[in-house]
Structures are given as C-alpha cells and as structure tokens.
Design a protein around this ligand. Structure first.
Ligand SMILES: [Zn+2]
Length: 377
C-alpha cells in the first residue's frame, strides 16, 4: 500500500494536468515492474534525447554500449527494478556522460586501461566517477565499467557489501525520488543535477529495450497502408505527445504517446498489418498490446494502452491486419477516464503518433471493416 501511495504521489507530482481530466502515462509507466524482463533488443549508433531543462543531448555508440552494460547488469541483479536502472543511468550520465573516464592527473597509470576519455575531477574514476580513496575499489577495478556498475547497485551480490553503500544498501530507496537515490549513492557536491538526466535515462532505456525485439521471430510483412486506430466520430484528442510544463512543479515531463478519449468499449484497431509482440498487463499502461510492423521498409512498433482485462482479442505471435479489432478502449492502469494511449516506436525511439498517422494518410481509413469471415479487418 505504501508503495502504491508513493507511485500515486509521484504520478501526481510529475504528470501535467490534462484538459479533459485524463491522466496520461508517465515516461516510465512500468516503474513498478521488476527489471528482470528487460533485455537489450536494439543496438544503436546514435540517440538524441533532451534533459529535463530542455538541453538536447546526442549520445554515440560507445555511450550507448555503456548504457547497455548498466541495463543488462541491472536486469540480472536481484532487487534491481526498472526504476533502479533508470537511477543508475542518471548517475552515470551526470557523472561521466556515460563514459569510462581515466584520470591521468591523479593516476597516470589509468592511461593504460581501456577508457573513453580523460576526466580530471579530483581522484574520481570511470563510469560512475567512483573514488579509490573512499573505498569503492582498486584503480584496476574502478577502470572496469562492469565492476563500477555492480558497485553502484551494491546489495548482497555487490562487491562492497554495503561499504560504501550501493543503491540496494539504501533500504528506503523506493521512498526517495530517483534523483535523491542517485545522490545517496554518489554523495556529490551537486545533489540536484541527477534529476535533470531522468528523461534522458528513460529515453535510453526505452530505445535499447523497446518491445518487438527478442519476442519477434519473424519479420512483419512490408506494407504501406496505415489506418486510424479508432472509428471516426468516437474520439477526441485528450492529450498530445511531447513535453509539457507541469502546472504545480513547473518541471518538464514527457508524454510518450497521444491520448484519444473515447467511450469505454470503443473498438481499437491495429494501425497496420503486423505481428503481435505483446498482449497483457503492462504496469501503468493497464493492459496493453504491442504490434510490430514493417511500414515502407521501416520497423515500427505500435502500442495501445489502458484496455481492461478480458478486452484484448489478440495474442502474442498472432498476425493481424490493418483495421483489425484488437481490443476495446478502457481505463485500466494509471488513467482517470476511458481513452486509448497510442505510442509509435521507431528505431530511434517514440515519435508523435498524431503526426505519424497524418503522414501515413491514416485519417481517411478510420472505420473497422467487417470481413467476409466475420472478423474486423
Ligand atoms: Zn497517454
């Protein structure tokens, strides 16, 4: 109950008020999920993201490989949740910009280790800028990003056994904000920097673990036709995709999809031919469906959120057709009214679903069609 209360409070603090009273999804809707199902499904050469104070960030292949290490080790560490991985990414982004930094001023021998650059912050080393002098590890250990990541998470399987404390050694960490947890591990002179990187960490995690990767053992057919996911006349746009200023905290928050308000039970249709990669409960999304498509040669995943249990009509691995009735509008998960939360994931992350639908001339094909077989197609 306590955890639920905290999640609700976090939602209230982070989520901007929506015009129709609908609460859209946070950037981390699956925050309460265990991380063990997180797998790196995508390797990227390049990723664009934006900090909470609006600074554009460009990440390269090496930085993304360091992020993948943090995600993979987290997913294999007992007690590490999705939130804990985001915290670790925030910490490494803040401390080193996800680079394994030597420090040839303090320790000339660090030039001999594999490194991504040379830092100069006192005697700090590596991915999380840990210090040998405060007991985090030997020079050799701290020049190893895997070792630093394990030390950051800490806990029973960590190398330091609570001294210094890793994330899992801070027993009340789930009651703190993500930035506060990062600071509790790092004990930095600048405690408020970490939360600026939260949306970047989220973007990285989403991009590298996006649905449609490992579960997909066949390539979706290459198609061009895209249809609107709700029948015409049933919906109004309730909340757009993108950055918004929270009216209470004044902070930027990111809405990764478009919300279409529609009556409970309104049919939801697949936006294109594809293969269902997930259908079931999904944290704050309530019950959700992911469909992988190949559209004009490009891999695209569409996600549909907030359906009620029992109102999903497709299963993982199933082939679906554009316009096929896949589920019904509901209000399950973190939602205060019936709506479809639609996300469109491209290779580099999410895109604006409303614009994407328009670009694919989907507005004119918004009616489900009853096929000769009696199915919506
Ligand atoms: Zn939403």
């Amino acid at each position: 109950m306590k955890k639920l209360g905290i999640i609700a409070l976090t939602m209230a603090l982070l989520n901007p008020a929506l015009p129709l009273g609908l609460v859209g999804l946070l950037a981390n809707p699956a925050a309460n999920c265990a991380a063990s199902d997180l797998t790196i499904t995508v390797t990227l050469d390049h990723l664009q993201a934006t900090t909470a104070d609006g600074v554009a960030v460009s990440l390269d292949k090496t930085q993304l490989a360091r992020a993948a290490t943090i995600i993979t080790i987290g997913a294999h560490t007992a007690g590490v949740t999705r939130d804990a991985i985001i915290i670790a990414l925030m910490a490494a982004l803040t401390e080193s910009r996800l680079r394994n930094l030597a420090n040839t001023t303090a320790y000339p021998e660090t030039a001999n280790y594999t490194h991504d650059g040379d830092g100069s912050d006192h005697d700090s080393l590596g991915l999380f800028q840990m210090r040998h002098q405060t007991g985090w590890g030997t020079i050799a250990q701290l020049m190893d990003p895997t070792y630093q990541t394990r030390a950051f998470y800490g806990g029973k399987t960590g190398p330091n056994h609570g001294t210094p404390r890793g994330l899992l050694d801070i027993l009340d960490w789930p009651t703190l904000t993500l930035g506060q947890v990062a600071q509790a591990v790092e004990i930095s002179a600048y405690p408020n920097r970490y939360e600026l990187w939260q949306p970047v960490a989220q973007t990285i995690l989403d991009a590298l673990t996006r649905p449609g990767g490992p579960r997909l053992d066949q390539t979706p057919p290459d198609v061009s036709q895209v249809v609107f996911p709700l029948p015409s006349g049933t919906w109004v746009m309730a909340s757009p995709y993108g950055w918004r200023i929270h009216p209470v905290t004044g902070q930027n928050t990111f809405h990764a999809g478009t919300d279409y308000a529609a009556p409970d039970g309104t049919p939801i249709m697949a936006v294109a031919d594809g293969i269902v990669t997930y259908a079931g409960p999904l944290g704050g999304y309530g019950h959700a469906i992911d469909i992988a498509h190949t559209i004009d040669g490009q891999l695209v995943t569409s996600r549909y959120g907030h359906m009620w249990e029992g109102h999903l009509y497709v299963a993982e691995g199933e082939q679906v057709l554009a316009g096929q009735h896949i589920g019904d509008v509901g209000s399950d998960g973190i939602s205060t009214g019936p709506h479809l939360h639609l996300e469109i994931h491209l290779t580099l992350g999410t895109t604006n679903p409303a614009i994407w639908l328009n670009q694919h001339q989907a507005a004119q094909l918004d009616q489900p069609v009853l096929s000769a077989a009696g199915c919506y197609t």
